[in-house]
Ligand binder design. Structure first.
Ligand SMILES: C[S@@+](CC[C@H](N)C(=O)[O-])C[C@H]1O[C@@H](n2cnc3c(N)ncnc32)[C@H](O)[C@@H]1O
Length: 212
């Protein structure tokens, strides 16, 4: 299937589940994700671009002075995010936009944030290339993702369950995200284990072109 058809498919799936998305994730959000988000976002300042914002679950954890721009491919998810931002009194600029083809000039943002995005975009490598393009020279890309485990048993379970998560929720649980980030020419400065062996991870790239 072509990339544009795949992208349209992903958009349809998230449009369909937008009203239930927070409910589905409620338990894991309370037990795990909330802690991940708080740890990553609280200290960020400057111009932030959040890609694949979903229903705006990261919003409660941003510093109130942060200048957040948020994009998503799904109009219905974006609508939920707008309501959340309003409820929280957070000023956010919203755009309906494809992460694989960002409509921003080069070298714009101090931080690029994405949580559980690279598992759902049809082309994760192209998406990271776009992140790199719009990031300022001394900026940082911060990602939280669930990825393919190095443990053979866990990886097998991920492969077995992937057709289900993909069909019903639009995301993949068996992507080698670390290697996709590298293929995009972005060097990973920090790769942290967050939970569930090596499945939930945080990736930090501190400098777009020169990080070690
Ligand atoms: C698994 S959800 C994660 C939502 C949110 N970041 C969170 O942490 O709850 C993935 C989100 O990425 C969005 N998305 C998927 N493909 C996209 C694309 N090509 N461009 C922009 N957003 C996309 C989906 O619409 C959905 O809102």
């Amino acid at each position: 299937m072509s990339k544009s058809k795949n992208t349209a498919n992903v958009r349809r799936k998230y449009d369909r589940i937008a009203n239930y998305y927070d409910f589905f994730e409620n338990e894991v959000e309370k037990r795990l994700f909330r802690k991940f988000r708080r740890g990553m976002l609280g200290s960020l300042s400057g111009k932030i671009l959040e890609i694949g914002v979903g229903t705006g679950k990261n919003f409660p954890y941003y510093n109130k002075k942060a200048k957040v721009t948020a994009i998503d491919i799904s109009p219905n998810m974006l609508e939920r995010a707008k309501i959340r931002a309003k409820d929280l009194g957070l000023e956010v600029r919203f755009y309906l936009m494809d992460a694989q083809n960002l409509d921003f000039p080069d070298n714009q943002f101090d931080h690029i944030v994405a949580t559980f995005l690279l598992c759902s975009v049809p082309d994760p490598v192209e998406t990271v290339k776009e992140m790199k393009r719009v990031l300022k020279y001394d900026g940082r890309i911060l990602l939280i993702e669930h990825v393919l485990s190095k443990n053979k048993l866990i990886a097998l379970l991920e492969h077995i369950h992937n057709p289900f998560t993909r069909a019903f929720f639009g995301f993949n649980i068996n992507r080698d995200t670390k290697s996709n980030i590298r293929k995009a020419g972005v060097k990973i400065q920090k790769d942290e284990n967050l939970a569930f062996f090596d499945v939930f991870r945080k990736f930090t790239c501190a400098e777009n072109r020169n990080c070690s």
